[in-house]
Ligand binder design. Structure first.
Ligand code: NAI
Length: 331
């Protein structure tokens, strides 16, 4: 069995090769993302392994199937980029890594909020230049503040516990029951949460119902000057509306690890390129905006878990054994 690994960075190769030792599987690594144009790279492979920004629409899935690919292994939790109906019609084995280190992403949300609140990123640069002025570095004490967690699944639950540990009042908004947060957080509907929170942190999946859930109307309902943190998926936020809210100062600060158009930017070095995305470049001009390039998951523990579960999923496919990590429509 041979698999084609798309969007492969050197660190992916390191951890996937480590996990691969346990299985009789060959791997071909490609730094290119999976698109219709790069499907032929999977020639001779029975499975492909993909990441968050690889294309898995009907055309790509059909082309992979025609090439002989029978299994698609997502080395991520989110699967908003997959045409589930097309996958089911083709009978493809589609599996993901549903939870690899929820705490890693929750800790990154905290890191973003802490950095932006206390301006440590600006202080770091200043001090290295011999500038010890505190002007512009004023933050707020998080103890006693209200933090709103939108989506209290695995990552949201970890985030709620972390912020509770800081002495914050934690509100959660989630259509599903949240008994695991009894005594930690109080349930609220989205409007109540937006109105009351000093920090709003997004942890729900991207679906049609959640696309642009943070838009001009919801931003207007937020507490003036509050901070918005998004480590989930970029399209939860209407970026143009967020820019307007930052300009009017209704939104006090924005920290994002994900961006709606990130597929054209993230995971690659564009430091010598002219970046054509004017919306992204406008975001970069705000002193109260902090962006990281989708690194919330990026810890040693998470990378090991992703690689191990990816090959466990492949083993289920090869051996015909039940797989707990199938995507919904292919189960
Ligand atoms: P999960 O499936 O455990 O939890 C998602 C929660 O969101 C569920 O409890 C669900 O009921 C809730 N939800 C659904 N619709 C909602 C709505 N309209 N409002 C509020 N809550 C809603 O997922 P998990 O593992 O916690 O991951 C959350 C998201 O984090 C993923 O979908 C993925 O997009 C993102 N993620 C980001 C990573 C990064 O590196 N930045 C890494 C891993 C995941």
């Amino acid at each position: 069995m041979k698999i084609a690994v798309y969007s492969a960075q050197p660190y992916d190769r390191r951890f996937l090769d480590e996990a691969r030792q346990r299985y009789a599987v060959d791997a071909a690594y490609f730094s290119d993302p999976l698109t219709l144009d790069t499907v032929p790279l999977a020639q001779g492979c029975a499975a492909v392994c993909v990441f968050v920004n690889d294309q898995l629409d009907a055309a790509v899935l059909q082309a992979l199937h025609a090439l002989g690919v029978r299994a698609v292994l997502l080395r991520c939790a989110g699967f908003n980029q997959v045409d589930l109906r097309a996958a089911a019609n083709l009978g493809l084995f589609m599996a993901r890594v549903p939870a690899y280190a929820p705490e890693a992403v929750a800790e990154h949300a905290l890191a973003l909020a802490m950095t932006l609140n206390r301006h440590t990123h600006r202080a770091y640069a200043r001090v290295r230049e011999g500038n010890f002025s505190l002007d512009g570095l004023l933050g707020m004490t998080l103890n006693g503040k209200t933090v709103g967690i939108v989506g209290a699944g695995q990552i949201g639950t970890a985030a709620a516990r972390i912020f509770k540990g800081l002495g914050c009042t934690v509100l959660v908004s989630d259509p599903a029951p949240t008994p695991q947060l009894d005594g930690v957080a109080t349930r609220a509907n989205l409007d109540e949460l937006l109105a009351a929170s000093d920090i709003v942190s997004l942890h729900c999946p991207l679906m049609e119902a959640t696309r642009h859930m943070i838009n001009a109307a919801s931003l207007a309902r937020m507490k003036p000057g509050a901070m918005l943190v998004n480590t989930s998926r970029g399209a939860l936020i209407d970026t143009a509306a967020v820019i307007d809210a930052l300009k009017s100062r209704q939104l006090g600060a924005l920290a994002i690890d994900v961006y709606e158009q990130e597929a054209n930017l993230f995971f690659h070095d564009h430091s010598s390129d002219i970046i054509a995305d004017d919306v992204f470049q406008r975001l970069m001009t705000f002193p109260n905006v902090l962006v990281t390039g989708h690194q919330g998951f990026f810890t040693i523990e998470a990378m090991r878990e992703i690689a191990a579960v990816t090959f466990d999923n492949l083993a289920c496919h090869m051996n015909g054994t039940p797989c707990a990590n199938l995507l919904p429509a292919s189960s």
